[in-house]
Write a protein that binds this ligand. Structure first.
Ligand SMILES: C[S@@+](CC[C@H](N)C(=O)[O-])C[C@H]1O[C@@H](n2cnc3c(N)ncnc32)[C@H](O)[C@@H]1O
Length: 425
């Protein structure tokens, strides 16, 4: 996917910034989605032109710190489409490169749990009785092979990407599952199975859970591809969720206008490694999206949800210490002031996914329920919601409406809007 010039400049700049100040996990040179290879940081000559002087930074930080003259209410907002900034071969659905598929496969906080849920589901039925659908099998036919290995009668593995489907075919032949697994290339919405499946495995979950089109895909599969689609046991995962909390972010405090213009992102969120300490939550997480695959027909996808987060003073204090460590790596002289300013500010509302595979097995991208950092190939998504970070302190309220439009058409990307205000106590 081609990047706009402004985005390319910003990305280059952030690449430098991430090395300069902290250990950020951006998807940079070629942002490739939630699964982006995070090691691809690059520095281009642009960065020297755009880097603000330390004086600029210190001056701007002072301005933010003088919170006594602040208005009682500050509006915040962001709006973006699911595929903005992500790889999309046809500009309609999110697609992945090889390194992204490998990152998913190697994710120890994900893949073994899917394996466990698939094995449990197969064990709960008569041996050699289950027809399995692996929806979005990817190039390694990962879950199809796990199902075949563990006693599925037959597996239908659907993959929209031509390249991934071709590799999946080679993979199953090599592994000797050519008779047990049928690879079907195309969108599941265009495919009719020779027989309906007993259960489906569908890891089509984005960093905002719905951003990879899960709602539309499952809506269709529910109507046509499963024997008992209203039962939770017909789906792995059975439920996908998105959690959210307002977040402080180091770089937006380090790089301020006029030297640096965050509006050039045009709403497109910044994506972080879930372990990245450069992003810290200031409130307890709240459930924003909750899509139950068994209930998908009746419960609907699009939603408006109003949430008021209260800034937690204890979190702010803890975050200060974490930010001090981050800033010390790049700029020890300014570290103290910047860590205070950053901890007492928000840049936007962070979002990340959670998957309930069955009644007993869940996959978290951030620690549950507090949203703490942990290892995951999924990313934390942060829409930047104001030109400069908005100052906050314990007890302030961040009151926003989440307006998520999640179409039932698989080739129409979901759109997301968050708007509201920070209200100082
Ligand atoms: C996140 S990857 C998962 C790959 C693999 N199942 C795994 O977990 O490692 C999702 C895959 O689903 C495919 N996909 C998403 N929606 C699809 C649909 N409606 N029909 C067919 N393939 C789809 C994508 O092309 C992508 O390869």
């Amino acid at each position: 996917m081609m990047m706009s010039t402004s985005r390319a400049l910003l990305i280059s700049f952030l690449a430098y910034a991430s090395i300069y100040s902290c250990s950020h996990g951006f998807s940079l040179e070629k942002p490739t989605s939630r699964r982006a290879a995070l090691e691809t940081l690059t520095i281009t000559p642009f960065v020297t032109t755009f880097l603000p002087s330390p004086q600029d930074v210190a001056h701007a930080a002072d301005d933010i710190d003088s919170s006594s003259s602040l208005p009682k209410t500050t509006p915040i907002s962001a709006q973006w489409n699911a595929i903005d900034g992500l790889n999309s071969e046809d500009k309609k659905i999110v697609s992945f490169d090889k390194s992204a598929y490998q990152a998913m496969m190697r994710d120890q906080s994900r893949t073994p749990l899917f394996e466990q849920a698939i094995v449990n589901r197969l064990k709960a039925a008569e041996p050699d009785s289950q027809i399995v659908l692996d929806l979005g099998t990817g190039p390694f036919a990962l879950f199809a092979v796990i199902a075949a290995k563990n006693g599925a009668k037959h597996v239908y593995a659907i993959e929209a990407s031509k390249e991934a489907a071709a590799t999946a075919r080679e993979t199953i032949e090599k592994l000797g599952y050519g008779d047990k697994i049928t690879i079907l290339e195309g969108f599941s919405t265009d495919i009719t199975l020779p027989e309906k499946a007993d259960f489906a495995v569908a890891e089509i979950v984005g960093s905002v859970a719905s951003e990879e089109g899960a709602y539309a895909t499952i809506y269709d599969a529910h109507k046509r591809l499963l024997k008992s689609p209203n039962e939770a046991s017909s789906w792995i995962p059975s439920r996908i969720q998105t959690y959210a909390a307002p977040a402080s972010y180091t770089l937006q405090n380090l790089f301020l206008p006029p030297a640096f213009d965050w509006t050039k992102l045009q709403g497109e969120p910044v994506r972080f490694n879930c372990r990245d300490e450069g992003l810290q939550l200031v409130s307890n997480p709240v459930l924003i999206e909750d899509i139950s695959f068994a209930d998908i027909i009746t419960k609907g996808g699009s939603q408006q949800k109003q949430v008021t987060f209260t800034v937690d003073g204890e979190r702010v204090e803890k975050n200060k210490a974490a930010f001090l460590e981050e800033f010390k790596r790049g700029n020890p002289r300014e570290a103290e002031g910047l860590s205070v300013t950053t901890a007492n500010s928000i840049s936007g509302i962070a979002l990340w996914p959670r998957l309930l595979l069955d009644d007993n097995v869940e996959v978290n991208s951030r620690h549950f329920p507090d949203g703490g950092h942990q290892k995951s190939h999924w990313q934390t998504v942060l829409p930047i919601m104001s030109e400069i970070p908005v100052p906050v302190k314990g007890g302030d309220e961040v009151s926003v409406t989440f307006d998520f439009t999640v179409p039932t058409e698989v080739t129409t990307p979901s759109s997301y809007k968050i708007s509201g205000s920070v209200v100082r106590s």
